[in-house]
Design a protein around this ligand. Structure first.
Ligand SMILES: [Mg+2]
Length: 282
């Protein structure tokens, strides 16, 4: 039986239909190098609308205020309080898991370390003994040397029978760079998990806890901040934005031209509620 096509919707109809708009950042509003077409006009329209909207980003490399400054440099008037990052979920996670005060190896730039500090962790250099591993971002450290040091310390801790919580705020695998695609922290976690599986084949528990989309925590935070209202998630990735929205029980709109191919949208298990052909209002 042929798949039923996903209906196409215009951005202004989406804004009429839903009280709370949740937007992904990379592949929807920006690439690594700048804004995407229509992004500035959409942000202005959302700011004028006087209803809650949030940027739900798996990015864990910038504090909200620094992300806001960067978006503003791209001509996007996104206030810091509209930005919900996956790394901000470290605060409740550290509290719930009893990790406050623990020595943490943190992969990522300076803001990633700051997020861990804000959650109550104590960042230590990757070569030193650590009790918790937090993989936030693929940038900000010498890649191979750091991974080698982390793997060596991990093996030593596990061999000694010690626990080592593994946390992955941003489970994204790839993102659009503007010139093509780049790998993201989710790929680094897969590398570490592959090494762990090889050495400890009977320890399926040695896996990262994933905090960002498609997992529920970031949607729960958005719902909490919005204080109610029908929500729709606008994103470019089926596996994170669209799957996460569906699992959380809200509608979604897939943006054409991102990592997901629109042609794939109606196939496979993940299906957006809508296809959004353009961000440009009118
Ligand atoms: Mg994206």
């Amino acid at each position: 039986m042929p798949a039923i096509p996903v209906p196409v919707i215009a951005i202004e109809d989406l804004m009429d239909r839903y009280e709370v708009l949740l937007l992904d950042a990379y592949g929807v509003l920006v690439t690594r190098d700048g804004p995407l077409p229509g992004a500035a006009a959409l942000v202005d329209a959302l700011n004028r609308r006087g209803r809650p909207w949030y940027l739900l980003t798996n990015g864990a490399a910038r504090l909200p205020e620094n992300a806001a400054r960067r978006y503003q440099g791209f001509g996007l008037a996104i206030p810091a309080e509209r930005i919900i990052t996956s790394a901000s979920l470290l605060v409740p996670h550290f509290r719930a898991e009893g990790l406050i005060g623990k020595r943490c190896a943190v992969l990522g730039p300076a803001d990633s370390l700051r997020y861990v500090e804000l959650a109550g962790g104590r960042p230590v250099p990757a070569g030193e003994d650590f009790e918790v591993l937090v993989v936030c971002d693929q940038s900000g450290f010498p890649f191979l040397d750091t991974l080698d040091a982390v793997i060596s310390r991990l093996f030593a801790r596990i061999d000694a029978g010690l626990p080592v919580p593994l946390i992955l705020p941003n489970p994204d695998l790839v993102y659009p760079t503007g010139r093509g695609f780049g790998i993201t922290s989710g790929c680094i976690a897969l590398v570490i998990e592959a090494a762990l599986r090889l050495r400890y084949p009977n320890r399926p528990d040695l896996a990262f806890v994933r905090l960002g989309k498609p997992h529920a925590a970031i949607f729960e935070e958005a719902a909490r901040r919005a204080g109610g209202g029908d929500m729709v998630m606008i994103g470019d990735q089926l596996e994170t934005d669209i799957r996460g929205a569906a699992a959380f029980g809200i509608d979604s709109a897939l943006v054409a031209g991102g990592v997901a191919d629109v042609g794939q949208a109606a196939e496979g298990g993940v299906r957006p509620t809508w296809l959004l052909a353009s961000l440009n209002p009118g």
